[in-house]
Design a binder for this molecule. Structure first.
Ligand code: PMV
Length: 348
């Protein structure tokens, strides 16, 4: 790689929030802190080729392939991302970029690719910045990558590193910041280090509510202020749980967070129900299975109908048996994705 031209390729995973980010202030500042598990298998792989332009005009210059095909409808997103971050990466206007991107998970599976996609692009851009400023430290590199990814899509800042990441300032978490995600710095019980996330694809349709619209709905929401306080409380309550490995408490917090996220959408104006009948059917069956067997398994949800089933590796066999026997009937075309906790973005 030289400062004239070169090529990078990075993969970045998706992540699943335990305490949800829902509501933001200007400049992608979260209204409350959140914490997530970095995933391992659901990821975006993005390559970036750069060549120095002869004349540096005023605009950005890039072309884009998605899964090998030109993708015009992604271009405005990247244009907007570049406009937001050019003050932090002034070299952006000096190069022509060829970006090629693909996801390991099926397109239109209802799994958002904005977190992994923006994280993978941010890593490539930081790799170029490191060519231009080779003396930067690793911690600066990751922190700035997360900072940039946040400006692409808020939750993307939690997809740079593993395996548990906090974004948003919280009194109990040293080094936490509204500006970037940080690896969870406090003691973490080993039961969480091999956590599994089996994603049940209940509805693969287009998202009814984009997250941009969703965050907007928290402005003037009748319960917003109390919700933001609750997120702080839930994150504080997770600190001793992360240390002790108390899965009973973990499950209460995580499931309540998922239902609260949906509760916020049901009580906003306009209001939305993003769960489907099969989402509820799956939740009820998880509760029944847990009550009957004592297996530490729970669910969480994103802003959609799909269900993330979370559990430690040691109960994988019985949970997968239960999923295949009872839950896949409620998935669209019996589809599910097996993922687990992972360590973040990597150079390929
Ligand atoms: O990063 P955004 O703006 O797409 O928001 C994502 C919000 C949720 O996925 C619903 C929750 C979260 O914390 O990831």
């Amino acid at each position: 790689q030289t400062s004239e031209k070169g090529h990078f390729e990075w993969s970045a995973p998706s992540n699943i929030a335990l305490v949800k980010y829902w509501g933001k202030k200007d400049n992608q500042i979260p209204a409350n802190p959140s914490v997530s598990l970095t995933l391992n298998n659901c990821k975006t792989i993005t390559s970036l080729s750069y060549t120095k332009k002869e004349n540096t005009g005023n605009g950005f210059s890039f072309d884009l392939l998605f899964e090998g095909q030109p993708k015009e409808d992604f271009k405005p997103k990247i244009q907007k991302f570049f406009e937001r971050i050019v003050v932090y990466l002034p070299f952006l206007k000096e190069y022509h970029f060829s970006i090629a991107t693909q996801n390991t998970f099926p397109h239109s599976s209802g799994i958002a690719s904005s977190a992994s996609g923006m994280a993978a692009l941010a890593m490539n851009l930081m790799a170029l910045e490191r060519v231009l400023n080779p003396e930067m430290t690793d911690s600066y590199f990751f922190q700035k990558a997360s900072f940039l990814a946040r400006l692409g899509s808020g939750s993307a800042c939690r997809s740079i590193q593993g395996n548990v990441v906090v974004w948003g300032q919280h009194a109990g978490i040293a080094g936490s910041s509204d500006l970037f995600g940080v690896p969870y710095p406090n003691p973490l019980h080993e039961v969480f280090t091999d956590f599994q996330d089996t994603i049940l694809l209940v509805d693969k349709g287009e998202k009814q509510v984009s997250s941009t619209v969703g965050h907007e709905l928290m402005h003037g929401h009748p319960y917003a202020d109390r919700r933001f306080v609750q997120a702080h409380e839930n994150l504080a309550a997770l600190i001793p749980v992360f240390e002790s490995g108390n899965l009973e408490e973990f499950i209460k917090i995580v499931e309540s967070e998922a239902l609260t996220l949906h509760g916020m959408m049901m009580t906003s104006m306009p209001y939305f129900i993003l769960m489907k009948p099969n989402t509820l059917e799956i939740i009820n069956r998880i509760w029944k299975f847990r009550n009957a067997t004592g297996t530490p398994v729970c669910f969480t949800l994103d802003a959609g109908a799909n269900v993330h089933v979370l559990y430690p590796q040691k109960v994988k066999e019985s949970v997968m048996f239960f999923i295949k026997n009872e839950l896949i009937d409620f998935c669209q075309n019996s589809q599910y994705l097996c993922d687990e906790i992972g360590s973040g973005a990597v150079a390929l």
